[in-house]
Design a protein around this ligand. Structure first.
Ligand code: NAG
Ligand code: NAG
Length: 314
């Protein structure tokens, strides 16, 4: 995969971004650090471990217990910048999906009611990262999806430019009044423009949680379900660290979140669209790493969903 110019551009881009972060830190909510400070274990203790300092945590999936581990933020958020570093299940991980979502309370209540981690709240908003495992040496795919008021079906799939099982990489979501952007190591891989009233994905009416899990999805995940989970390789373990949110908590008054005087960088003008450097990276991703894009799938959607006509370049 051609990467030289691109990879050389990243350190510069990151340095610029860090400078922005360091100079504008007057956010309403800034949380960093250990698992215990940020998350609750919904299910179950036996599939969960942390390092002794609590800075790294592990979710594991096996067949014996049949448990699906779920962790959930203590805090509920309106919007902002959400980021976490993950190292995904290594070796033979075919059929196994590691998931990392933001979703609203409606979905949570619904799921607890139905005793299923993967049910669908009828009016949920949700942003998904799903990491689709593979046979040893075969590439992971990152699937992202967006649900708006209960309607999803907006999948994209990307290859990565590194092996996500070898080391930690950051996976982040920027969510503000103007755009929703999925990032991998600060490189934008997917962009959703908000289009005022007619297509506004920006949620300010529902409190959002961040959630992570790992589950068996060998009916669809790897080569469309052809590759089955090899339970002899269990437990399947995903590792996490450096959770950080720089955003508004649900309790924060909405006007203050978006006020230009509070200077929340994630909802200020420079974060309303991709920067020039981000556009360059995004163009490279689009040309080289997109495996599937629902906006291009005319068999599935003879009339593309309305947001497909919005340009990410604006
Ligand atoms: C969301 O969906 C529900 C039921 O499907 C509908 O009643 C409601 O009006 C929708 N809300 C918005 C904001 O579109
Ligand atoms: C798994 O590897 C196969 C073979 O390289 C590839 O076709 C597929 O896209 C990869 N990922 C998934 C999730 O199926």
């Amino acid at each position: 995969m051609g990467k030289s110019a691109f990879q050389m551009a990243i350190p510069l881009f990151m340095a610029a971004l860090m400078a922005v972060f360091l100079s504008e830190t007057s956010a309403v909510a800034l949380s960093k650090g250990s698992f215990k400070d940020n998350f609750d274990i919904m299910w179950s203790e036996s599939n969960f471990k942390t390092s002794s300092d609590g800075q790294i945590w592990y979710l594991s999936l096996d067949q014996e217990t049949g448990n699906i581990p779920i962790v959930l933020t203590k805090q509920r958020y309106r919007f902002g910048w959400f980021s976490m570093k993950l190292r995904l299940v290594g070796g033979d991980s075919a059929g196994v999906v590691t998931a990392y979502y933001t979703f609203d309370e409606g979905k949570l209540n619904f799921d607890l009611q139905m005793c299923t981690e993967n049910g669908a709240g009828p009016t949920r908003d949700e942003l998904d990262f799903e990491f689709l495992g593979n046979r040893t040496g075969q590439p992971y795919l990152v699937q992202t999806n967006v649900y708006k008021n209960g309607t999803g079906g907006r999948e994209m799939r990307h290859l990565l430019w590194f092996d996500p099982t070898e080391d930690y990489h950051s996976y982040s979501i920027l969510w503000n009044n103007h755009q929703i952007v999925f990032f991998v190591d600060r490189v934008p891989i997917r962009v959703y423009k908000n289009n005022g009233e007619s297509n506004n994905f920006f949620p300010n009416k529902k409190p959002m949680y961040l959630f992570s899990s790992i589950w068996n999805a060998d009916d669809w995940a790897t080569r469309g379900g052809l590759e089955k989970t090899d339970w002899k390789k269990a437990p399947f373990v995903s590792c996490y660290k450096d959770f950080s949110v720089d955003g508004c908590q649900w309790e924060d008054p909405y006007p203050a979140c978006v006020s230009t005087t509070t200077k929340n960088w994630w909802d200020q003008y420079p974060s309303w669209h991709l920067t020039d450097a981000q556009k360059k990276d995004y163009g490279w991703v689009k040309r080289n790493l997109v495996i599937y894009d629902y906006c291009q799938d005319t068999e599935r959607y003879p009339t593309p969903m309305e947001e497909c006509s919005l340009s990410p370049w604006d």
